[in-house]
Write a protein that binds this ligand. Structure first.
Ligand code: PEP
Ligand code: MN
Length: 286
């Protein structure tokens, strides 16, 4: 970390609090649990997710509208239509929304509709994109590159910070290794190390880390036990029908069960799981 400056802890106890919305923060005592589908598919899908999550200890929604797909023949996302869906469910549920930005040309539009802009693994070292995100008045969720070292990860955050945006959240989402049994290998050591090296909030994505829904909940709990500031987890009203990442999607009930199971682990490591009381859902159950 020789060249990192702004991302480093100036003082051993210093931690940055990032404001996700008026009522939701990450990096303090409260955990940030983000849930939602890999891809925004329809208004009905997102309303089903939002209405269920608004009644759970979940503080934000996720959903991609610009999707970095391995194949150009796979669904690429709803784009602007998807952003409007996210904005509508955000308005009705009171839950802030997170979505991925893949190009500089998308920044202004996404920042109009979403609360947090995600930089996906494939763009962790898209330095021009990182620099451009420095002037955005929204927090950035920066995911670790597919095979990025911690030094490369921290330096990618440094790009955003040095370009003027101090609201950066790091996300460990698994790294490539030799074993194809899991999609990636969740690097919990990196979570502990990043919390020691930087003052930035660190959240964990156990969905992309494992690629298998039956592994997600236990790793999510392990991440909180290791000191992660939160989680971002994929879930879907009909997991098997997800247009992308179906194999790792949790059902909505499994997602709620996972979120609720975190409370005692959070308490054991001096953290708390914000209740839904402060968020005041305005959606009725569908
Ligand atoms: C995603 O969050 O849907 C995604 C594509 O994640 P990653 O960039 O970690 O692969
Ligand atoms: Mn996904």
């Amino acid at each position: 970390m020789q060249k990192a400056q702004l991302a480093l802890k100036a003082h051993p106890s210093h931690k940055s609090l990032v404001q996700v919305s008026e009522t939701v923060t990450v990096g303090g005592a409260d955990l940030l649990i983000v849930a939602g589908p890999c891809t925004v598919e329809s208004q009905a899908q997102m309303e089903a997710v939002a209405s269920r999550m608004a009644l759970a200890p979940v503080q934000a929604l996720r959903g991609g509208v610009y999707k970095p797909r391995t194949s150009p023949y796979d669904f690429q996302g709803l784009g602007l239509e998807g952003l409007k869906i996210l904005a509508a469910v955000r308005e009705r549920s009171g839950l802030p929304v997170i979505t991925e930005v893949m190009a500089i040309s998308q920044i202004a539009e996404i920042a109009t509709y979403a609360d947090v802009l995600q930089v996906g693994s494939r763009n962790m070292q898209n330095f021009d994109l990182l620099k451009a995100l420095g002037s955005v008045k929204r927090p950035i969720l920066l995911k670790r590159g597919l095979s990025a070292t911690l030094e490369e990860f921290v330096m990618a955050a440094e790009y955003i910070l040095s370009a003027g945006n101090s609201n950066v959240i790091l996300c460990e989402r698994g790294i490539r290794s030799f074993d194809s049994y899991t999609r990636n290998v969740l690097d919990l050591g990196a979570v502990v190390a990043l919390k020691q090296i930087t003052h930035l909030p660190v959240i964990v994505d156990p969905s992309h880390a494992t690629g298998k829904r039956e592994l997600v909940a236990d790793l999510a709990r392990g991440a909180i036990a290791c000191g992660a500031d939160g989680l971002i987890v994929e879930c879907h009203p009909q997991p098997e029908q997800s247009v992308s990442d179906a194999r790792q999607a949790l059902s909505l009930e499994a997602m709620v069960e996972l979120a609720e199971s975190l409370a005692p682990i959070a308490a054991a490591v001096g953290r708390s799981l914000p209740s839904t009381a402060g968020i005041a859902p305005r959606l009725s159950l569908v």
